[in-house]
Design a protein around this ligand. Structure first.
Ligand code: ZN
Length: 350
């Protein structure tokens, strides 16, 4: 009997909770122009937290619902994606007071991590009294409309930074509207098929599909980020297949594209570029192209020092020193060999 009552009470509270949260989120959604996806996400999150807490004697009342929703919005608006030494995302963290730093699509600083420790590092000269800004969006996205939509969806504001204003003035939106950020339905099918095969370990078939997909994407009107993603996946698959020639060809194309997207005069490029250069250096050494390998490894190492400082020793964590030494030794040996050949042919001529 007691359990029955508790059940009834629980169901009644749950119903009330559902209604209240639905109204609250729907109102918030109207104000914030949030998408349906986001509302559902907020709803699910609130539900899970509610149920988890309820089972531990969490009192069901409006204040608690509000707290759940409030915390949810704080975490999605203020959380920083934490990256590991290989620039892979490993989690989300709340950092204060850096969560107060405003956004710009042309930021004056970048966010980097060493473990869980966060650093804000300038990526260009900052004038006295000039506001320090970071980018909440991948600033390699050239298209204003795409950056802008992301910022509205994720952070609920319309960006009016220098870069966006300049693009509005230049009236680039019209041409951007012709670009698609999603693959057409049939191409998306191909893409999913490639992903599925990759997960099943069928790297060769997956790679072939991506190669044909890339050709179609190159001829179509898509944002550069799609091409960038395909390059990354092709390189990954080729490395799995130990096909270093293909891997290096596409890694080079990836680096070329990223240099167009991320390199800006008098600015340090995005720290992610260090990983692209490092990967390029590794692949070039696999192909015994030691001069190109040294160049790429130097670029990676110097970018890491620029961000973390020479004394941080973090490039030791990011870059395999043994590899760098090997490449340097091989390069020297090659130069020596060529010198010897030259000398020999000179001797023969004499
Ligand atoms: Zn902007």
């Amino acid at each position: 009997m007691k359990t029955d009552n508790k059940n009834k009470e629980f169901m009644a509270n749950l119903k009330l909770f559902n209604e209240q949260i639905a109204t609250m989120i729907s109102n918030a959604g109207k104000i914030l122009k949030k998408s349906d996806d986001k509302k559902e996400e907020a709803m699910n999150y609130a539900m899970v937290t509610f149920l988890k807490n309820y089972s531990q004697g969490f009192e069901v009342n409006m204040d608690n619902f509000k707290t759940v929703i409030h915390l949810y919005f704080i975490s999605i608006c203020n959380g920083f994606g934490i990256a590991d030494n290989q620039m892979l995302r490993i989690g989300t963290g709340l950092y204060s007071p850096t969560n107060l730093i405003n956004h710009s699509c042309e930021p004056s600083a970048m966010v980097i991590f060493n473990g869980k420790r966060q650093f804000i590092v300038s990526c260009r000269d900052i004038e006295p009294d000039e506001e320090i800004t970071i980018s909440y969006v991948d600033n390699g996205i050239k298209e204003r409309l795409i950056r802008s939509q992301y910022l509205i969806d994720q952070y609920y504001f319309n960006c009016s930074c220098i870069r966006c204003l300049k693009q509005i003035q230049e009236n680039t939106d019209k041409s951007e509207l012709q670009l698609s950020q999603n693959l057409s339905e049939d191409l998306e099918q191909l893409n999913l098929q490639a992903l599925q095969l990759e997960q099943e370990g069928q790297f060769k078939v997956s790679l072939d599909i991506l190669l044909s997909l890339l050709e179609t994407v190159k001829q179509g009107c898509y944002i550069s980020q799609i091409q960038k993603e395909i390059y990354e996946r092709i390189t990954y698959l080729a490395v799995q297949l130990k096909d270093y020639k293909t891997a290096s060809v596409f890694q080079n194309q990836l680096v070329d594209l990223c240099e167009i997207l991320y390199l800006q005069k008098d600015h340090l490029p995005h720290p992610l570029m260090a990983m692209h250069y490092y990967q390029q250096g590794k692949l070039m050494s696999q192909r015994k192209k030691y001069d190109e390998s040294v160049l790429a490894l130097q670029k990676a190492s110097s970018l890491i020092s620029d961000y973390y400082g020479i004394k941080s020793k973090i490039d030791g964590k990011m870059i395999d020193e043994k590899l760098v030494n090997e490449v340097n030794e091989n390069l020297l040996a090659n130069i020596q060999l060529q010198q010897n050949k030259k000398n020999k042919s000179k001797d023969n001529q004499l």
